[in-house]
Every structure is written in C-alpha cells, then in structure tokens.
Design a protein around this ligand. Sequence first.
Ligand code: FEO
Length: 398
Amino acid sequence: MRAVPVSKHVTWVGAVDWNLRDFHGFDTPRGSTYNAYLVQGADKVALIDTVKAQFVPELLSRIAEVLDPARIDLIVVNHIEPDHNSGLRDVMEACPNARVVASGSGVRGIAEYHDGLVVEAVGAADVIDLGGVTLDFLPAPMVHWPDSMFTYCPEDAVLMCNDAYGQHLASAERFADEVGVDLALDELKTYYSYILLPFGAQIAKTLEKLAAAGWAPTTIAPSHGVIWRGETVGRALAAYEQWGSGELRDKVVVAYSTMWGSTDALALTISDALVEAGLDVQVYDLEVASYSGLMAEMLDAKGLLVGSPTLHHGMLSRVAGFLQSLGGLLPKGRVGSAFGSFGWSSGATKQITDRLTEIGVEVVQDPYTQKFRPTEAELAAAREWAIAFAEKVKTAEA
Ligand code: FEO
C-alpha cells in the first residue's frame, strides 16, 4: 500500500494493523490503523503523529516513498498514548533534524514514557510556518487523554485530530467514502462508545473552541481508521454532536450470562415483554457478545438490565467483567435492575444490584430472582416484572 495524498500538501503515511483484535480489553474485529500525515510546505516538512513501535518500519518506508525521512523538520505528537507515541524515539532516530512538539501535558508525558526525553510545548497561540503552509494547534484535553491535541492545516482545511473521529478499521482504502460511509459511521460509533463515551462534555467544549478559532475543516484526518472528506465530514460531525448531547431513548440493553439455561430463559422472556411494552431492546449474552457492540448500544439506552445465575454466592465472572468495563465508561442517567437464577444459594442479583449502584446506575426496581428452572407461572411473573421496569424507563428523566 502506497502513501496516499489527502490534500494538496498533506499525505497519509501511516500503518495498517490488520490483525489487531484487542485494544486494551475491547475487541477490534476489523483491526485498526495508526495514521500519520506528512505536511509539506515550500521550506519545511512536518510529520503529524508517529505509530505503535512495531509499525515504525512500515511508517518509515511509506514516508520514504515521498521523501527521505531525514528531511523531516518537525514531528508533532498529538497524543502520547503508546499506540501513537511508542515509536517516537525510533522515528526521531530516522529524522535527526526534526524538532518535536506536543501539548504541555504531552511534553511531560513524553519525558515520563521515554525516560526523560525533552521536547517542546506548543499551544493555541502558536503557528508553525512550513513555507506557505502553516500548522495551528488546539489542546484537546480528554479527547482522549489530558495531553490530546488537534493540529490544523488551514491552507488545505485539514484537521488532524488523532483519536477524535477515529475508528478501529483496517482497510486498503483510506477514505470513508471509499469503504462506505455506513460502515465508517458504524465503526465511528463503536469507537466513540468505548474510547470517548465518558468525555462527551470535553469533546463538545473542544469543538466549540475549534469553531471559535475559525477552523472550518473540509477534511477530518484522524489517527485511526479512514479519513472523512466531502459530505462525509458533515456526517461524522453530526454523529459526534448527537452522541455528545447525551440524548437517551426509551431503550433497554439486556446483558446477561447463563449457566444451565434458566437465566437465559428469563432474559428472553423479559426482553419479549419489554418489546411488547413498546421499548427498543438489545439483548447480549455475554458469553458470546462483543463488549464493543454492547457499549455502542449503551450510548443512547436509558435502561440496563443485567442478569446472572449465582456461582459461589456471586455473579459469573464474565458478568462482573462487563460491569467493570461499563463502570469506567458509562455516564450517569441510566436506570437499571438485575435478574438471575440460583440453585442452592442465591447472591448474584444482590451483588449485581450493589455494583450497578456503585457505577452510578439508578436501580429503580428490586431484582427478579429465580430458584432453579422457571415454571410457566414464574415466567409470567418475570414478564410482569419486566413490564413494571418498562414503565419506569418510560417515566425516567433522560
Ligand atoms: Fe489512539 Fe488514545 O490512543
């Protein structure tokens, strides 16, 4: 795969990680990319972002298709998370003449990650002139880490915004319109939900600052996945605006695991009842479901029901793992409850209820707890329980 022109002065020179299947605990069934961009002015060349260390040879060979890496004058580190920054030292060796810049927080993080490596800080007041082509900077704290920064090339109206607007999507194509905008938006949603969901307010603030700075990108070039250009830019911006608004719908995610089928029977009965009560419902068996798809559904779901049978007086470990992941991501405003079966000792539904409360879900109904296999009469009781929960979802303030 060759270096790909993005605009008159900007060229994609990143790396494609076709085989990535796990990104710090979240599944990435379509792999990912670590995008980096060359920006060429009349006098100077800048490299925006580097890549994960093992992909540095791929990055350098792609740069070499355009120019000798030793000609690079400037390396901009938009974000210090190792998927972008772990290759920095190796890239610097190949670019011995480059000055390296990052946000203030990025400078401190680079020193910590790279054993005292000293680089320069840039901020919103700085402009770096490459010779008729300039780079502007905007600190974007918590989009995704405190150090995150956006870089903008106003002459080409290209925004290089690192994790923002990214997707874990490996492909031979570089643009959203090439892979298909629906696929790109799907992956954008999944990425947002498990990387950026807790930071909706910070994202909104950064986008306000971006507009106030007069940046009006016609191309959004993130550091993961495909690039947004043309009409796809508006689609990506609108999607972030919608998700950032935190708007919730009358929708319930039912996430559960089962041991011998009783909790599964409850989950399906409860889900059917919720549908009949007029709610949008998404059902996930945690033994087989991907967390990433599930988190994407939680973006706009007002309700959450979590089910587990009891094992050793508590919930199954995969249910506990799900709640642990959820706890780190989920903003407030959701209502929930628990359900599950037990054989000789109960405990799972109480433990789930306690954990839901700890992570900020408002538990609006006592759990539904079932001994052994549910009879028809007990399934009817579970239905009634679900209908009562549906009413609480409908009346909960979003
Ligand atoms: Fe793609 Fe927060 O790193």
